[in-house]
Write a protein that binds this ligand. Structure first.
Ligand code: FES
Length: 92
């Protein structure tokens, strides 16, 4: 198990191993999601954030990842001061 931190701000990103994580503000709350589009795993962090709908348009095929889609990619996180901590389970 590993603990990874990223800044507690919208659009903060971190990479660890083969995985990328992105912080987004949804409903006024900062959450951490897998930085992977629902279609073929494109990098949402390189996409376009729509503040009004709180959705991300993927840069690869321009599919819109709705708040519900983003919620499905949510990983548990806890805020400690100015950082968000996520726990990455060991593989296997
Ligand atoms: S990978 Fe995101 S739209 Fe295809």
């Amino acid at each position: 198990m590993r603990v990874v931190e990223l800044p507690a701000r919208h659009w903060a990103q971190v990479r660890t191993g083969d995985e990328r994580y992105l912080c987004v503000r949804q409903g006024g709350v900062l959450t951490v999601i897998l930085d992977r589009c629902k279609h073929r795993g494109g990098p949402l962090s390189k996409g376009t954030w729509d503040e009004k709908t709180e959705s991300i348009t993927c840069p690869w095929h321009e599919l819109i990842n709705s708040p519900r889609d983003l919620c499905r990619r949510k990983v548990p996180s806890v805020r400690v001061g100015n950082v968000l901590r996520i726990v990455i389970p060991d593989e296997g």
